[in-house]
Design a protein around this ligand. Structure first.
Ligand SMILES: [Zn+2]
Length: 298
């Protein structure tokens, strides 16, 4: 890694403080009045790729016991170029702060562990076996390089990396919640996790959240452009990057069509799909709010 890359990655880590703090705020109740009504996810557009969790009234009854916490685990870093970054993550207590905020807002049936570490691959994942969410330093570096490779200036690539990682972190948190809360997911869990991340970002994190979903869409587009399309793994549970690109844009547009007309006018999101996005977005929001409600502490 060049000094410049190191510098940008260090910038990322400090910005990650915002990421984790912002993430930790997602549970704070910012619900509109309409969310107090029991949403009916079966009403509205029915021909969208319905991969949002199915919310149901019984799951909204009563609060669950809090029998666990988000717990930070610092593992040994073996990749020399990530050791300094890891030291700073510990010193700034980034994960500890995130865990504290999350624990203040969400009940858990058992402990969930939060980690940042080197993984020898650009990845982020929830592991159900040991109930851990891991953000790999390699993935952060990967996003930075993806944006740089598309001609984005270094400083902006750094910002977009921060934004994209926020989307991914919340996607992984969604996997953890689906597993630990035993949430009913009707459809593809990967898409449900994307919808959860989009909901939290767009509904609860303001401008910062909108940037996160835009950055994720951008990364999907660049990666698909650079990928070898003749060798795509259609057996993989993730949707194709092109689909995740359109779905992300659809969530952004659906959350606020008036302020995001450029997505349609520029031709990035086909008009035919755009017409259904408000319904898709609202269904995702209502479903996730309803599903998480028994676990919210306040
Ligand atoms: Zn996933």
């Amino acid at each position: 890694m060049s000094d410049k890359s190191r510098y940008n990655l260090l910038n990322f880590i400090f910005a990650a403080g915002v990421l984790f703090l912002a993430t930790a705020c997602f549970c704070s109740s910012n619900r509109s009045a309409s969310h107090d009504e029991t949403p009916d996810v079966f009403v509205g557009e029915s021909n969208s790729n319905a991969a949002v969790p199915v919310s149901a009234a019984p799951f909204s009854k009563g609060k669950k016991n809090d029998e666990g916490n988000f717990i930070v685990q610092h593992l040994e870093i073996r990749t020399p170029r990530y050791k300094e970054i890891d030291r700073q993550v510990k010193e700034a207590k980034l994960l500890e702060n995130a865990a504290e905020k999350l624990n203040g807002k969400l009940s858990l049936p058992r402990d969930i562990y939060l980690r940042t570490k080197d993984c020898k691959e650009a990845n982020a994942f929830y592991d159900a076996n040991d109930r851990s969410v891991t953000m790999c330093y390699e993935l952060m570096e990967h996003f930075y390089r993806v944006f740089k490779s598309d001609g984005t200036p270094e400083e902006k690539a750094d910002l977009k990396m921060n934004d994209a990682v926020r989307f991914v972190f919340l996607h992984e948190i969604a996997h953890a919640l689906i597993d630990q809360y035993k949430l009913p997911v009707a459809g593809n869990e990967e898409d449900a996790a994307d919808k959860c991340s989009a909901y939290i970002n767009l509904k609860e994190l303001g401008e910062e959240g909108v940037r996160a979903v835009y950055a994720a869409a951008d990364a999907f587009a660049i990666e698909s452009k650079q990928g070898d399309n003749s060798n795509r793994n259609l057996a993989d549970e993730h949707l194709l990057r092109e689909q995740r690109f359109y779905n992300s844009l659809c969530m952004i547009y659906g959350s606020d069509p008036a302020n995001n007309q450029k997505i349609v006018e520029s031709g990035y999101l086909p008009k035919e799909r755009a017409g259904r996005c408000q319904g898709e977005y609202q269904r995702a929001v209502d479903s996730w709010i309803n599903l998480l409600e028994p676990w919210r502490k306040n």
